[in-house]
Design a protein around this ligand. Structure first.
Ligand SMILES: Cc1ncc(COP(=O)(O)O)c(C=O)c1O
Length: 486
């Protein structure tokens, strides 16, 4: 078995054609009466709209019953389904997650860091990483990703930056990076893993956007295949499972205390994990194993076709991604904000993008997108780019630059638990943040609990809001006030 090519593995492994958890659930779902157990709907719809739309899913929404195993101590159908997922994706072990990659990342940090322990984290970390730092009591040591200036987005974390940070912070217990990014940038994880292995510390990869990597030879390899210790993937984003379902994969030589990881996973997982979500993960693994290669062959061909037509259009620009995940398509229409493009596509064309920014808009392709949809997207973008609003050559003035990393007198946990006061945002400069603020885009937290709030951070928040973007993490959704340590 070569972990680098899960699609090939599946082709020779007949067990991958089975659906153990789906089959177990089907058997129990057939029992319509005699249900004296929860859930309280007893397999019957409680409302007509959902009854019509959701069909029989009520009957399938079951809990830990005979034959259905127990997520917290899997020994039956869940254990078999997870083992098949591990084999399909080239892992030594896989755990199904019902609370997204969010729960996997929080648990991963909890498994490697205790109170006051240091961990090296790429600054473009998702907010779930901040939750993990707060819950574990860990002290982040930040490493900056590269930034594509014209497109104003974080790209990769270089091995050189990691090597320097490891030299600067020799006590770190682990390294955590995001790869691929939202836009499809993939870091040189092989080189980074070589650095962490030589230090005897684990490399944790937030691959929320890369559950499909490695399923086709023209996609980047999966982080596991190049040596990452622990990889968290949002199967719901690209493998077709239900929203919130995700997987945590462990490398064969993972430098992770498995018992501690299991404990941390239980902290962040319901004692009634959804069997609908877990069965959808079983189905997503089956699909990846049995048709992953052909699914992504077709998908990449569709994206390439759209890409070649868009590249030929002089009125718009395509984000060039070298060595990245080309199933992500990011487009800039001069004269338009990304928000404007998003709105016009939704309103006039019934097309909804994944992510928009002042500068660009990003589309996620999966095997569920058809050729017709691709053609319509290309046509719509072409028309918008030729509309009177378009002005080739004009650029949106959106600095969106990365705020410098500020001094951090407190850990994120200490700051989150300290007495606070709430200030108008402009008056918060120089104070210690008690909450995080993460402008979307670029999705990099600019204010971190425990750090002194910089002028640049406040400017970036205000700019993002003024241009119609959002900020998340703070108590005041409008972003007008900020909680600081009293
Ligand atoms: C980079 C990154 N990491 C982690 C997550 C969390 O994933 P989930 O929604 O599956 O919890 C996201 C969600 O968008 C993300 O973009």
């Amino acid at each position: 078995m070569t972990p680098a090519d899960p699609g090939e593995i599946a082709a020779i492994d007949q067990r991958q054609r089975s659906l153990p958890l789906v089959a177990a659930l089907a058997t129990r779902a057939g029992r319509r009466s005699g249900r004296w157990h929860v859930p309280g709907h007893k397999g019957q719809a409680i409302e007509p709209t959902l009854a019509a739309a959701w069909g029989d899913c009520w009957a399938w929404d079951l809990t830990e019953l005979d034959g259905l195993d127990n997520w917290a101590a899997p020994q039956g159908a869940i254990a078999v389904a997870e083992a098949l997922a591990a084999s399909c994706f080239g892992a030594a072990a896989t755990r199904f997650l019902v609370n997204g990659s969010t729960s996997g990342l929080v648990a991963a940090i909890g498994a490697v860091c205790g109170d006051g322990d240091e961990i090296l984290v790429a600054r473009n970390a998702h907010q779930s990483v901040l939750s993990g730092l707060i819950l574990a009591g860990a002290r982040p040591r930040w490493v900056m990703p590269e930034v594509d200036r014209p497109w104003q987005m974080p790209t990769v974390v270089t091995p050189e930056a990691i090597a320097q940070a490891l030299a600067d912070y020799p006590a770190v217990k682990a390294v955590l990076v995001v790869s691929p990014t939202y836009h499809g940038w993939v870091s040189d994880l092989g080189a980074i893993a070589a650095l962490t292995r030589s230090r005897g510390i684990p490399l944790i990869v937030d691959a929320a956007h890369g559950a499909h990597l490695g399923l086709h030879p023209e996609l980047p390899p999966s982080p596991l295949a190049v040596g990452a210790d622990l990889v968290v993937v949002s199967a719901h984003k690209t493998l077709g499972s239900l929203t919130q379902s995700a997987m945590l994969h462990l490398h064969h030589n993972a430098q992770i205390d498995r018992a501690r990881l299991e404990q941390a996973l239980r902290w962040v997982t319901s004692s009634s994990p959804s069997y609908l979500l877990m069965a959808s993960l079983d189905a997503a693994r089956w699909r990846a194993a049995t048709q992953g290669r052909s699914d992504w062959e077709a998908t990449l061909a569709r994206v390439d076709r759209a890409r070649s037509r868009l590249v030929a259009d002089p009125n718009l620009q395509l984000l060039p991604i070298a060595n990245g995940d080309r199933s992500r398509l990011t487009v800039h229409l001069p004269g338009w904000t990304g928000y404007g493009v998003d709105e016009a596509l939704d309103r006039d064309w019934g097309i909804t993008a994944e992510l928009s920014s002042p500068h660009h808009v990003t589309f996620v392709w999966t095997p569920a997108n058809s050729d017709e949809e691709g053609d319509r997207l290309v046509m719509a973008l072409g028309e918008l780019a030729r509309s009177p609003q378009a002005s080739p050559g004009s650029e949106i003035n959106w600095p969106g630059s990365l705020a410098p990393i500020a001094p951090a007198p407190l850990t994120p946990r200490a700051a989150s638990q300290a007495p606070t006061e709430t200030l108008p945002i402009a008056q918060a400069v120089g104070r210690i943040a008690a909450e995080w603020i993460c402008p979307y885009p670029p999705g990099i937290p600019v204010v971190i609990p425990g750090e002194r709030i910089s002028v640049e951070a406040i400017a970036q928040i205000q700019q993002t809001l003024a241009l119609g973007g959002d900020c998340t993490g703070q108590a005041d959704y409008e972003g007008q006030t900020l909680r600081v340590v009293a």
